[in-house]
Design a binder for this molecule. Structure first.
Ligand code: HEM
Ligand code: HEM
Length: 267
């Protein structure tokens, strides 16, 4: 009964920290997938807070994944259930590696999207206002003039309050220079943690000539982020199906390994 002997050892359960990190990251990612696919369909007053929550949750996934990877390097995970067939073992491993790629890749591409906007007050921001005015909050789609009564350029001058903030397309913080758009609000994760753009990506749009290449890059990042989301859904489906198969068809204590259910005699 080698298999039973393997299964009854404490080593068949992930450590408490690994379990907490797994479910925290899983919850945030599932939340971000759900909110990500619907947020663009909402009008700006609802969309902006949704995007901010999406950004906050996604950056938290990145931070927790770094902790998870450090934990993983310093704490050996439990061996796979010995009852797994060779192909199941390989498939589970592959799914875990791909999930880790997504846990890092999704936040990074999202961060790159948000960073691929000209800095407020830069020549690139003025160029954006000229060629794509309807991407600027405070200006109705198609308008070529600032909204009457909207704050003036002075409010978006570099160094002025709110000028050195991170840009986000169609969200608080999008370029306002020379546009008459409302002053930019600084992005804070969960409302209080400072957030910066990826500087080399933001710097591309510093000049008027840099704005278009930066916009193309922005579209690329949006494409990667979107494809990544669909691939993640696919791998996640596989991961969940595998876990449920082992639990309910093979009747193995699979979910208990990840802390679901009591520590029964098999785990
Ligand atoms: C986006 C959501 C999820 C991600 C990113 C994710 C990621 C992972 C990763 C990377 C592992 C390998 C162990 C580790 O390094 O922590 C793992 C293990 C596991 N996950 Fe998930 N997971 C997610 C959702 C779920 C869900 C919804 C379930 C429940 C059906 C689940 C059940 C498990 C189980 C049972 C294991 C242990 C596998 C084993 O070694 O036997 N996961 N998960
Ligand atoms: C766990 C990580 C993340 C997941 C699972 C995720 C998921 C998604 C999904 C499903 C979409 C909609 C894609 C589509 O409509 O095709 C989306 C869009 C978006 N995400 Fe994320 N996201 C994550 C992290 C982030 C982060 C960290 C940021 C910013 C720092 C971010 C910024 C955005 C933006 C700006 C959009 C809208 C893109 C556009 O269509 O213009 N995301 N995300």
């Amino acid at each position: 009964m080698a298999a039973t002997a393997e299964k009854t050892t404490d080593r068949s359960r992930y450590s408490r920290v690994a379990i907490i990190l797994h479910w925290a990251i899983a919850g945030l990612i599932i939340f971000n997938l759900a909110i990500g696919f619907v947020m663009e369909g909402f009008p700006p007053p609802v969309r902006f807070p949704m995007v901010l929550v999406h950004v906050s949750s996604g950056m938290t996934v990145l931070a927790l994944t770094v902790v998870r990877l450090i934990w993983w390097m310093t704490h050996e995970p439990p061996p796979h259930l010995v009852s797994l067939k060779f192909w199941e073992h390989r498939l589970a491993r592959t799914a875990h590696v791909l999930l880790y790629v997504a846990m890092v890749g999704m936040p990074l591409t999202g961060w790159a999207i948000v960073s691929a906007h000209p800095r407020p007050g830069s020549a690139g921001a003025a160029e954006q206002a000229r060629v794509r005015p309807n991407t600027i909050p405070g200006r109705p789609a198609g308008a070529s003039q600032p909204v009457p009564g909207a704050p003036t350029v002075a409010q978006a001058t570099p160094g002025a309050p709110g000028a050195e903030t991170t840009a986000m397309s169609g969200a608080p913080g999008a370029p306002a220079a020379a546009t008459g758009a409302p002053p930019r609000r600084e992005i804070k994760l969960w409302g209080f943690i400072p957030f910066s753009s990826i500087k080399p990506v933001q710097d591309i749009g510093e000049t008027a000539g840099g704005y278009e290449p930066q916009h193309e890059l922005h579209e690329e990042f949006v494409g990667w982020h979107s494809i990544g989301a669909y691939l993640l859904l696919l791998v996640l489906g596989m991961h969940i199906a595998g876990a449920l198969k082992h639990q309910y068809i093979d009747k193995e204590p699979e979910l208990q390994r990840m802390g679901v259910g009591g520590r029964d005699k098999k785990v």
